[in-house]
Design a binder for this molecule. Sequence first.
Ligand code: CTP
Length: 396
Amino acid sequence: MLAHTRVTLIIGGGIAAYKCLDLIRQLRAAGASVTPVLTRAATQFVTPMSVAALAGSQVYQDLFDLKDEAEMGHIQLSRASDLIVVAPATADLMAKMVGGHADDLASTLLLATDKPVLIAPAMNVRMWQHPATQRNLAQLRADGVQVIGPNSGDMACGEYGPGRMSEPAEILAAIKAHSTPGPLTGKRVLVTSGPTHEPIDPVRYIANRSSGAQGTAIGRALRDLGAEVIFVTGPATVPPPEGVTLHPVETAREMLDACLAALPVDAAIMAAAVADWRVATDFIQKIKKGPQGIPKLDLSENPDILATLSSHAQRPRLVVGFAAETENVIAHATAKRARKGCDWIVANDVSPATGIMGGAENAVHLITAEGSEDWPRLLKTEVATRLATRIAEALT
Ligand code: CTP
């Protein structure tokens, strides 16, 4: 799939550098050739010897290594590839790229190249969330740098949150998507998927039957058309797509925060089945049976993520909501489109008899400003492909 693709892989100095060994292996298995460049800090995490052995190539490290200059000058090295991948892209490397520094081989290559650059950031959560890093990220995107990840999860430093480098398979999928540009190449699309879980107490929660199948298929279809997909998912039963920036969340409020943090995006596709209500009281301890009788749960309303994005100052150009109805599907969905202020509503009938919720198929109506279109009953993957194609048409 990546036959004849020449990748220059710049390995930055972070704990995630170890994942690059597997990335090199996967890239070569896909047919790419890999020219590795290590920063000085990277050699603290992976050895040049293991990188060279896996890449089957010389490892470049030093700007002033005369032997390398004789064989391949740094300018030539910066051009002798189809794509430059920076993984892990540390906070420092990102800052250097923004500042146009050229004080070592990696930064000089990045400044001298005329090739597309894809970075896979990895750093401590606080470093990632620091305004300086977020400013740098926005500038790199504005400069045309493609960004994959970071994912959210447990970090090597013991903290939890965004900062984990994307997995090698995810970076590979992004590289593949990049090397075959599609109609959504260069577009950022936010997708929500799955249910939300609203805690009742530390061991119980309110949930719904959404599997995340439709949202996952949409994320995958958008990625396949070249979009950079920011995938915010509740606890779904189907695994998330690869090659997207993954943000797992539990509750509606966490989902809203992750969506707001993803702005600006070109389009937002809100396929999640967000719980409308949460339990108003924070039960720190498990609710016990006892003489006080059956507990009473007071509910409060969750924020409406779709409506919030539809009226946001950084409103995406295209906002798509979903409507899960059990009767008067088109009338309810048309009213919902107006009420939420979104551009399109993908409406479906989720009555148990349809088998749609949790099933492989879906029968939807696309509600737009022009009216309603009835789509035939299709596999959820086919609905996703059709919707992604329509999104591409709307954004180009
Ligand atoms: N949605 C959201 N935030 C919420 C609730 C819903 O973003 N707190 C989004 C869903 O992702 C979906 C759409 O809004 O795109 C569904 O709207 P909703 O009002 O929840 O409708 P339904 O649950 O389908 O039905 P009902 O009208 O019965 O509430």
